[in-house]
Design a protein. Sequence first.
Length: 218
Amino acid sequence: MNLPAAFLRRFASIVGTAGVLGFLYVSGLSGKEAAARAAEPQACKSSQKIANALEAFAKGDLAALAISKTPEAMPQISFVGPEGASMPLSSFRGKIILLNLWATWCVPCRGEMPQLDKLQSQLGSDKFQVVAVNIDTSRPERPKALFQELGIKSLTLYTDPTANSFYELKQAGKALGLPLSILMDGEGCQLGLLNGPAAWGSADAQALIAQAIKSAQP
């Protein structure tokens, strides 16, 4: 349940902070969830340096990328890997990743796929990976066929035939539609968010990702 910030501020002025916490609890946050959210800023404290370094690079072809003012831990979504096994997002810990949710029926997604493939081809390594997750809920042969049609060579095909990953990110206030791209660091913390397509194969994108990789080094 997403509540408007203005409503929460007005509510707080009436009943105080304790009342707001109680209201959030009965509105759907369990004790464990509330504690986890309270711990998020601390868990992603080291990610702030990376996010700060990216501010100057979110321009040109990536001007629509919203760099996180305060990096936060990503929801632990999962999807299916190339071998057919379930993979949690935490499987990619230790490297910068660009998580991209897409579907074959999404025209902007189809146009963006070669751009993502180019980015993976140019910068993919043990320090960075594009993780493109298809969320088609029927006709599972379509994503692979589209990869072949578009000549995708460098991306690994990940799938989520339940589309739960999208709905979980939507519930978390991150997903508005497709395509959805989220830049994350090796700790699983969000560095940037973009709802909509982007020229991920452009010089601007390469510069931003290269800076993220550089800033993540100890």
